[in-house]
Design a protein around this ligand. Structure first.
Ligand code: R5P
Length: 291
């Protein structure tokens, strides 16, 4: 077994390699002036290769993944495992308007063609219950960071109220709250556009304890910021946030802090100053279970 790590996921892959006691090689990446990518791998590979890269900013990364998977097979890999803690293109699971691409199905099929196993964490699955419906291979494995987030929160707070900003977040918030014995509440959200969300909080007291907003993704940050604004209006001064995937597009991070969130924490699915919740143990156990 060998770990192949793309540069943007190197430190996380090194932790994973240490857990698996496996050698690691970094994928050498070059971008030509016109934007084309060139990758270089070790000239000879073992039978089992684990390619590690989160798929935020996915358009370039998917092409580089294709180059990596195809070249890995040419260089001797018989089994290719993708570890992509953040998996892109999972949101668009139906054609909302006639003529729209169903990206989840299309990208899922590509990954199924390129890899024997795909492991990810808290993917955005809305209308499907299993990742294998999006990536049609046996080992399309959806892990959850709920345990790691719960352990982290328990170290930070004696007690806090966990808030899910929308119905989709309930699966994670409920699991985390159950694990650590904290109470939780779920808000009602309606997305009007990329940077516009409407939200209402459930009817309860938010002013007497810290509130931690929990979501899978912070992308534009508008969801977390809206929740924070509503909490402040209810008298809550102690607001925190945890996300699995720290996408933080453009001004998102500053926007969330400006809205009154004191601290944001995230997992290391994407490298960011907030990413203090490590996933290597979760990923290593999942890899051991399928090898
Ligand atoms: C949506 O359903 C997701 O769970 C997140 O709430 C959403 O992707 C966050 O996006 P943003 O940061 O752009 O509001």
């Amino acid at each position: 077994m060998m770990i192949l790590a793309f540069p943007d996921y190197l430190s996380q892959a090194q932790r994973l390699a240490a857990r698996l006691d496996a050698p690691l090689a970094e994928v050498v990446l070059h971008h030509f002036p016109d934007g084309e990518s060139l990758i270089r791998l070790p000239p000879s590979l073992p039978e089992h290769v684990i390619v590690c890269r989160s798929l935020n900013q996915p358009n370039d990364k998917l092409i580089e993944l294709l180059l990596c998977a195809t070249t890995s097979r040419e260089l001797g890999a018989k089994r290719l495992t993708l570890v992509a803690p953040y998996l892109s293109y999972m949101r668009q699971d139906i054609a909302n308007q006639p003529g729209e691409a169903v990206s989840q199905r299309i990208v899922g099929k590509l990954l199924a063609d390129w890899f024997d196993d795909v492991l990810t964490v808290d993917p955005h699955l809305h209308r499907i219950s299993s990742l294998t419906q999006a990536i049609p291979i046996k080992n399309a494995i959806s892990l959850t960071a709920a345990d790691q987030i719960g352990i982290f929160l328990k170290q930070q707070f004696n007690h806090a109220l966990l808030l899910g900003p929308d119905s989709e977040s309930e699966q994670w918030v409920k699991a985390i709250a159950g694990n650590i014995g904290f109470a939780y509440a779920i808000a009602d959200k309606n997305r009007l556009g990329d940077k516009q969300v409407e939200m209402s909080l459930p009817d309860r007291d938010f002013s007497s304890q810290p509130v931690v907003i929990i979501d899978d993704i912070a992308s534009t940050g508008r969801t977390l910021a809206k929740a924070a604004g509503l909490l402040q209006a209810q008298g809550c001064q102690d607001i925190y946030a945890v996300v699995t995937h720290a996408l933080f597009c453009d001004d998102a991070y500053a926007h969330i802090l400006d809205a009154g969130v004191k601290t944001i924490w995230s997992t290391d699915s994407i490298d960011h100053p907030t990413s203090c919740i490590k996933l290597d143990a979760l990923l290593a156990d999942a890899i051991k279970a399928i090898t």
